[in-house]
Write a protein that binds this ligand. Structure first.
Ligand SMILES: Cc1ncc(COP(=O)(O)O)c(C=O)c1O
Length: 443
């Protein structure tokens, strides 16, 4: 048993929980790992299972943990608020300092011109709000998306989803058009990044011209495509795409649900770091460091037409959510976590690229900051997706005390997204486990 967790709470057995889930949950509920994990404690970059085994958490409950699990300052503030009977729930129908403070702090991190904020409970809702605002402002309905993109699990966001396995039969998906993906490792135009002429960006124009009536409400793009397997568009992709979107009357929505909150190692928002001319930015996940909060950031001009309409979200802007997001932002700045994400991200990339020289399975290493993907292939020439090997590798890493995620249309991209506070020593431990586990799975 590795590093016993503090405390001696007793828990129901995993077999019991698995059985009950089978009986009561929808069949859509998915579990990671052949022997699913029951995580019960967390601190910093580590989590513990019910048996007291400790793991380095390099996926953060799907990329939600930015400043570390149970950060002492956030913990202390929650205790303080509860002990002094501060209001646990109130809506935006009442005043609260926390939502105002968070709005101001987020807008200070946004690109110039973005000066409005609205809060939701999730990334899906933030994107829904962005679509609705863009449609209302333009009077157009079509939203362009990218193949391999993911923007949430609600009806409107799933209509923009570029993976068949996330979409449901007979679900309406009107008012959408899909452009080809900026996926350099598997370029849909069979080009090489060093010599291509950004055909993927130009394809947005072809898509609008051939799949719409020539005007659009918006285009939504993740600056690094998370669920798609951390597909990382070239930095100059965005200038061309935003130009095209604006030319056809649309609003550019930058979906920073995964990339935001300093994760990409340059700025709090990747949109700002890359100079993307976005009209709206949506956030969630790392924004609240695990608290259920999403945000949509917009420009005054695009929101003016909403005057007289009502948008209400019961839990959006709740004091505990907004307090945690505000504090997480403050901690990111005070602890210099953006620079750490950049440096530690580079250390991971260097380590994985080094491994690529002796592991045949590693086809591609990509991403930004601490949002990193490693695409596994059966053969580096044919690039056949190494699906079984990816699942096996995640299991071998888990046995050695490291939790990773996976993604991509075929699930063959390992996703690495530890808390931004990870140290060099912990990165080296992580790399060592990945290296040994790759040998275990024969790659
Ligand atoms: C890029 C992106 N947008 C939106 C969402 C939806 O967020 P939520 O699951 O909080 O609704 C996700 C979730 O994985 C995401 O990765």
């Amino acid at each position: 048993m590795r590093n016993q967790a503090p405390g001696n709470a007793s828990f129901p057995s995993n077999a019991f929980l698995i059985e009950r889930r089978k009986q009561h949950f929808l069949p859509t509920a998915h579990l990671y790992h052949e022997q699913p994990l029951h995580l019960v404690k967390a601190r910093g970059v580590h989590v513990w299972d019910e048996a007291g085994n400790r793991y380095l958490d390099a996926i953060g409950g799907i990329i939600c943990i930015s400043v570390g699990h149970n950060h002492p300052r956030i913990k202390q503030k929650i205790i303080e608020m509860i002990e002094s009977d501060q209001i646990q729930h109130t809506t935006l129908l009442y005043l609260s300092r926390f939502s105002v403070e968070l709005a101001e702090a987020l807008l200070a991190e946004a690109p110039e011109g973005i000066d409005r904020a609205s809060f939701t409970n999730s990334g899906s809702e933030a994107n829904e709000l962005a679509f609705m605002t863009a449609r209302h402002a333009t009077g157009e309905s079509i939203v362009v998306n990218l193949r391999h993109g993911y923007h949430g699990g609600t009806s409107g966001t799933l209509a923009q989803c570029g993976h068949h396995n996330w979409r449901f039969r007979a679900q309406p998906s009107a008012a959408t058009a899909s452009a080809l993906e900026p996926y350099c490792y598997r370029c849909p135009f069979k080009q090489k990044p060093e010599s291509c002429e950004l055909e993927c960006a130009k394809n947005v124009e072809t898509t609008i011209q051939t799949s719409t009536h020539g005007r659009i409400a918006a285009m939504i793009v993740e600056p690094v495509m998370g669920v798609g397997g951390f597909i990382t568009p070239p930095a100059d992709y965005f200038a061309e795409v935003t130009r095209i979107v604006h030319n056809y009357g649309g609003k550019y929505i930058s979906d920073e649900v995964q990339t935001g909150a300093g994760r990409c190692g340059g700025s709090y928002l990747l949109t700002r770091e890359l100079g993307i001319d976005a009209d709206m930015i949506t956030m969630a996940k790392g924004l609240g460091n695990g608290a259920a909060i999403g945000a949509a950031l917009m420009k005054t001009a695009d929101t003016e037409s909403l005057a007289g309409k009502l948008y209400f979200n019961t839990f959006g802007g709740d004091p505990y959510q907004t307090m945690q997001a505000r504090l997480a932002l403050e901690i990111i700045k005070e602890e210099n976590l953006i620079a750490n994400a950049r440096d530690m991200g580079q250390r991971v990339v260097d380590g994985l690229k080094q491994m690529q020289t002796h592991h045949a399975l590693i086809g591609d290493v990509r991403g930004r900051g601490l949002l990193l993907g490693m695409e596994l292939v059966e053969d580096k020439n044919t690039k056949v997706h190494a699906v079984k090997e990816t699942v096996a590798l995640m299991d071998r890493c888990k046995e050695k005390g490291l939790l990773l995620g996976h993604g991509g249309l075929y699930g063959n991209v390992l996703r690495i997204a530890p808390p931004l506070s990870i140290s060099a020593e912990q990165v080296d431990q992580m790399l060592d486990i990945i290296d040994r586990s790759l040998f275990d799975v024969g790659g």
